[in-house]
Design a binder for this molecule. Structure first.
Ligand SMILES: Cc1ncc(COP(=O)(O)O)c(C=O)c1O
Length: 390
């Protein structure tokens, strides 16, 4: 009765089994939901009450005023984007689905980064798209292995190369030289660049000059930038995301946009009240983001101070990153990831194992710097004590 592509295993993961076995309440260092992380800013939901929201006038690409507000957002980030280049979606996840529809036949390949957030395989299954991982070199702060990427692009005739910028959980912003090389490669093989910028507003301090701030200004390849209110305005519940179609030549962009408009017209998925409120929500975003950046800065300082206390010769260390909401901590490989997890849970602390994000190296743990400060300080103190045991 049911399609093969929805025949996923629904057995509990090893992680949820271990969590279910844990006794007592856990200090949760995996919190990623910004609406539950204790920020006290005035609610952007108050902006949804505009009476014009009672009237339905469907516009497949989204209301012009909303698309103009998105152009303003990019102007502040140094990229010139016109409203004609913008299409609204309900979320970045939906945008990925639309991109797979736009570029792929069933069975076609899209290159995706590894490690990465574990959402893409399911979205790809739904469109019968085959994902092939291209490697990042951990020892070189997640530099993209460009030679391997080009081989994979050619061998698989990939329709698109996906960049998560900055990576989740690596926190690595794409370098300018990598961006150029990937764009040249994508153009040569007639593939699009799909750039997920949901975390791009969360650089730790000033972004190094060799890193690309945003791809919304385009590249020589057809470049699709995806983002949305989930991270930009800490509001995943508002269900508004967007794509910017940039790069390549005008005819290619127009073709992409006209096809995308038909896809968007089939769903008309973005609610009118949130579109009307978007200019005000984006105006409120900098104050919200400032709170998040302060939280990230404080928790990172606590993590580093706790690791320092464990001793300079401790085998537990944090990996360097440029931004994002997560930190990766390398533990000794004296135990496998599940054994480390069990011990961490026994100390009353929940973290994510690196394998959850397809980190190839064993002994990597991921902690969310979005966690409220008291929970983070207590949790990380307990976790580092366990991780430092021989
Ligand atoms: C890298 C990345 N992209 C996309 C998403 C999904 O975002 P949205 O809520 O806009 O679907 C997430 C969610 O955490 C994410 O981490």
């Amino acid at each position: 009765m049911f399609s093969k592509r929805t025949d996923w295993s629904r057995a509990p993961s090893r992680l949820s089994e271990l969590v279910a076995l844990a006794s007592g309440p856990l200090l949760d260092l995996t919190e990623s939901n910004p609406t539950l992380a204790g920020f006290t800013a005035p609610s952007v939901v108050a902006e949804l009450g505009d009476a014009r929201g009672a009237t339905y006038r469907p516009e497949p690409r989204g209301m012009l005023s909303a698309r103009e507000a998105i152009c303003g957002y990019y102007r502040e980030r140094g990229a010139s984007v016109s409203p004609e280049q913008v299409v609204l979606t309900a979320s970045t996840s939906e945008a990925y689905g639309w991109m797979f529809k736009l570029f792929c036949e069933p069975g076609d390949c899209v290159l995706v980064p590894a490690p990465a957030y574990p959402l893409l395989p399911l979205l790809a299954d739904l469109e019968e798209v085959r994902l092939v991982r291209y490697p990042h070199v951990r020892e070189e702060c997640w530099r993209i292995d460009l030679g391997a990427t080009e081989r994979l692009l050619a061998e698989n005739r990939a329709r698109a190369v996906t960049l998560v910028h900055p990576g989740n959980p690596t926190g690595s912003f794409t370098r300018r030289d990598e961006a150029c090389a990937l764009a040249t490669m994508a153009r040569r093989y007639d593939a699009a660049l799909l750039v997920d910028e949901v975390f791009s507003d969360y650089a730790h301090g000033v972004l190094a000059p060799d890193r690309q701030p945003t791809f919304a200004g385009g590249t020589e390849a057809l470049t699709i930038v995806m983002s949305g209110l989930s991270k930009v305005a800490l509001s995943p519940q508002l269900k508004l995301g967007w794509v910017v179609v940039a790069g390549a030549d005008e005819a290619t962009r127009r073709e992409a946009l006209e096809r995308l408009e038909v896809i968007a017209d089939c769903y008309l998925s973005v609610a009118t009240p949130v579109q009307l409120a978007l200019p005000k929500i984006l105006a409120a975003a900098p104050a919200l983001q400032a709170q998040v950046r302060e939280r990230l800065r404080k928790n990172l300082a606590v993590l580093d101070a706790t690791l320092l206390l464990a001793g300079l010769d401790s085998p537990v260390r944090r990996l360097a990153m440029d931004g994002g909401w997560y930190a990766l901590v390398q533990l000794p490989r004296t135990r496998d990831d599940d054994q480390w997890l069990e011990r961490t849970l026994a100390a009353g602390v929940l973290v994510h194992p690196g394998y959850f994000f397809e980190v190839a190296t064993a002994g990597m743990m991921v902690v969310s710097l979005l966690t409220d400060e008291a929970t983070f300080a207590e949790g990380i103190a307990r976790a580092v004590a366990v991780w430092s045991e021989a």
